[in-house]
Design a protein around this ligand. Structure first.
Ligand code: CMX
Length: 464
């Protein structure tokens, strides 16, 4: 049985960061390094803005709903407010208005590193401001201080059978951590609803801080010796995570910083984000809300696709061998489609171009692993799959998404356990979904309850 030593040890790691170079139009409204304080100042202003907007425009019509949308997974139906990010079908994700390349350029980096620190992205998602180096460092420290995982959760994880999928372990552990929920405790004591955001904030910060340790316990229990190294107080969130996973490699840590940044948020309608928002609207605490989102992320059409891609690539290599010709690869892709399966990592419900999250992972690979055989295979697939999907004529978007590339980078650094990949996605997704949940409670959004209809009722409604 592994014991997580939550005592901390100090490592002399980080020299003082240089301040990031801010370009024109970059917002950084506050000097304070206390995120809670910055948020507390913003919330009344935003509440006022929304109140006035709703008073003036609350009854304006913003779209029409067609029958097909009800049967078609509500595609294109505008039905949610999410402040943290917006997805453009052609351009991809913008976090608080900043594109992915802009975030890569503007967000603070670790000393000597070139990838953004996810702590900075979290600050941006919560506040809308690009943080300073000092603000990011304060978040790293706060998360390190909040990282202790309750012993009953460690015990529970240690007792799970190896056959239980890592995502089931992850979600169960997150639910079980609601023993720590400040929100649930405050609600039970009958606190005023205007203060809900404060407890949601505390729970969110605690949960994000604990996730790397939970994820590392799962990894070390399933695939290694069950021992997890302790948190180092002077390390950043990704540095600690890499170390706890057992990867003593600066480039793996850099990959984690990039990975945990780019998987964080994809506006509000995707399954994981929407689920966290929906369950949170019942005032289930942030642990329960986020665990529900993780059960959605574990679906093969959503986050589990990163596992499916590696399973599919492995099958391809087994069946057609290495150095596969374009012709043989085309045949393999067609055989996948003809057997009624999807090509994992391709297509998207909103995107209509190559996902910028795919592109930045490809750039990482071109820089650090240009000769890796799996990377070459993924590049060859990228050349062939879009034309085949277009020829088949079904997929609205034949281009690759984030999941088509992530596993290849992980396997290069030795993380070959593909069943585990979605857990990494989940750790990152906490940043976006919990930033949104804090604002949901700050805005006092109500219980979510859209109207559903029967086919019979719909027919009557359209006069048929
Ligand atoms: N391979 C084969 N067929 C595909 C396909 C793909 N990659 N992408 C879409 N299609 C098919 C759909 O299955 C659907 O077929 P039917 O009409 O027989 O039902 C048809 O094309 C139309 O689908 P669509 O409107 O283009 O796509 P949806 O919005 O319904 O679904 C998605 C989007 C992502 C579920 C789909 O593209 C898919 O299954 N992709 C593979 C799985 C994947 O990579 N998921 C990860 C997405 C990113 C993430 O959330 O992590």
């Amino acid at each position: 049985m592994s014991l997580v030593n939550i005592a901390t040890r100090r490592l002399l790691l980080h020299a003082k960061n240089a301040l990031p170079a801010f370009g024109a139009g970059v917002r950084n409204a506050s000097e304070s390094t206390d995120l809670r304080e910055v948020l507390a100042r913003q919330i009344p202003e935003k509440q006022k803005e929304v109140k006035e907007f709703r008073k003036e425009c609350g009854s304006k019509v913003i779209g029409e709903i067609q029958v097909d949308m009800l049967y078609g997974g509500m595609r294109g139906m505008k039905g949610l407010v999410t402040e943290t990010s917006v997805l453009d079908p052609n351009e991809g994700i913008r976090f608080r208005g900043y594109s992915l390349p802009e975030c890569q350029k503007l967000l603070p980096k670790a000393p000597g590193g070139s990838e953004p620190l996810p702590e900075g992205l979290f600050w941006l998602l919560v506040t809308g401001d690009i943080p300073t180096d000092a603000q990011v460092k304060a978040i790293s420290q706060e998360w390190n201080e909040r990282a202790a995982v309750p012993y009953h959760v460690v015990q529970m994880l240690n007792n799970f059978p190896d056959s239980l999928h890592p995502m089931s372990q992850f979600s169960a552990a997150i639910s079980a951590m609601n023993s720590e929920s400040k929100f649930a405790e405050a609600y039970a004591q009958g606190v005023n609803k205007t203060t809900y955001w404060e407890y949601t904030y505390e729970d969110s910060m605690n949960l994000i801080a604990k996730l790397p340790t939970v994820a590392a316990i799962i990894y070390r229990n399933l695939y290694k010796d069950g021992k997890v190294s302790p948190i180092s107080m002077d390390m950043d969130w990704s540095g600690n995570f890499s170390q706890m996973l057992g990867y003593d490699n600066d480039m793996f840590t850099e990959l984690m910083r990039l990975y945990l940044t780019i998987h964080s948020d994809h506006e509000g309608g995707n399954v994981s984000a929407h689920t966290v928002h929906l369950v949170g609207s019942a005032l289930s605490d942030p642990y329960l809300s986020f665990a529900a989102g993780m059960n959605g992320l574990a679906g093969p059409l959503h986050g589990l696709a990163n596992q499916e891609v590696l399973v599919w690539l492995t099958k391809l290599r087994e069946q057609v061998g290495d150095n596969v010709s374009d012709e043989n690869m085309r045949e393999f892709i067609w055989s996948t489609l003809k057997s009624g399966q999807v090509v994992p990592g391709y297509g998207h419900a909103v995107l209509r171009k190559t996902d910028p999250r795919y592109e930045c992972q490809r750039e990482f690979a071109l820089k650090h692993l240009p000769d890796d055989p799996m990377f070459k295979l993924v590049s060859q697939i990228y050349k062939l799959v879009p034309d085949i999907l277009l020829e088949q004529g079904k997929a609205q978007n034949p281009w690759p998404n984030v999941d088509a590339h992530s596993g290849v980078l992980l396997q290069y650094y030795g993380m070959t356990e593909m069943n585990y990949y979605t857990v990494l996605f989940g750790v990152s997704r906490a940043l976006g979904t919990l930033a949104s949940l804090i604002w949901d409670r700050a805005f006092g959004l109500p219980l979510e309850r859209p109207k559903s209809m029967s086919t019979e009722g719909l027919k009557k409604l359209v006069g048929r």
